[in-house]
Write a new protein. Sequence first.
Lengths: 164, 329
Amino acid sequence: MTLETVGFWVVATVLLASSLAVVLTPNLFHAVLYLAAALVATAGVFLLLEQPFLFAVQLLLYAGGVVTIVVFAIMLTERLVGERIAQTSRHVVNGAIVAAAVFVGIVGFLIGAPLGAPRPAGTVDTTAAIGRALVGPFAVTLELLGVLLVVALLGALYFARSEE
Amino acid sequence: MTLPPAAWHAIEAFIVLNALLVLVAYVTLLERKFAARMQSRIGPYYVGRPHGWLQPIADALKLMMKEDIVPTASDRWVYNLAPIVFLLPCLLIFATIPFAPDLGVADLNIGVLFFLAVSSLEIVGLFMGGWGSNNKYALLSAMRAVNQIISYDLPFIFAALVPVLLAGSMQMSAIVAAQQGLWFVAYPVVGQLAFLAFLVATLAAENRVPFDILEAESELVAGFRVEYSGMKFALIQLGEYAHMLGTSFLGALLFLGGWLGPGPAALGPVWFLTKAILIFLVVTWVRWSFVRIRVDQILAISWKLLLPATLALLLATGLVVAMRGPGGA
């Protein structure tokens, strides 16, 4: 086994275990920590695919940003409610069935799909390529996303404004 | 004898890490001496006469031998893991910092982004400690920390992006190379403003006075690390100072030309270290000169002043670069 294969299995195991833990643990704060672990493991997948840019962005936005905001939300709400909120999953069995079905579907698709050529060695600078794509062919999409975020921000402001 | 490249990287990382830990230990001595001078005291003196040269070693030994206390009501796993989770990103940020041309662990082409991304993970360990301790002061401190980090991450990133735009690269060595003619701190207008914003955001990111509400010893005892003792406390302190040092190195690299300086190229690391220590001393100087400001003031500074200002600065830099073309100054 090459180092890359070992790395993949380690990252995949961590990712799977922590993702399951996110939905199964009753402790809300632990769920966030497992979510952080899962997001870092996802970044590890990007690293294994030799996409350092996606790796860094994943860490910066998700593991650093999203998790922080979720923690903030939990801390604030627990203070408002005044007690620990437990996470309950009412539809564990149904969820497991749906997840298993999706898994079987994806595996079936992958088995049916022809094996592509091996991944070419990192020849192009993907960071620059991503940058050019974002301001080139996908410029409109990028701008639309920006508008969406502004709308979300305004919505948050609307809900958070103090009652006069 | 030939070793595989991975082994070389491991050896390099090992050397850098250990050099770093010694440096961090002595940086604490430097701060204590500096603070003592500012307050007309002598500071550490007796351990390793005449100037307390052995004080950091003595401190480390003392902390290692102290009793490790775990509060009964704590969230045991979270509490015990927090110092390690906190320390890890603080040490990882040094992975992409080159100390001279070709002298570093990895000179990634996304170096600056890697630094920013990894240092943003520090907050995870921080709120793990604050929450896991099950102590209201620790929890309050963690809440303040999360609050502050959300507010100051963006200005910090925007300020750090100004040199990236000017150099046209996120690679650390390329940013230094672009400052061959003119250090970015001397770049007309945008350079100085960005450096100023970087310093302020650094103070906040490092939770230093005047932005140390999460530590606030007069109200929160010592903040999120109040329950920690012995080696775990040492790990948190280590992480904090390593982060401070790492940010100083980043500042020296982004704005002060890194290892560029008069004299032969072999002096490069010396220049780099001098500049980084200079930034560290400025931060320390501010720490011992100012008083702590309130939470609302901290948030107001970030959202009403620093964030719009750095955003405008980034746009202005983009305009400058668009007019003169990419590349060095």
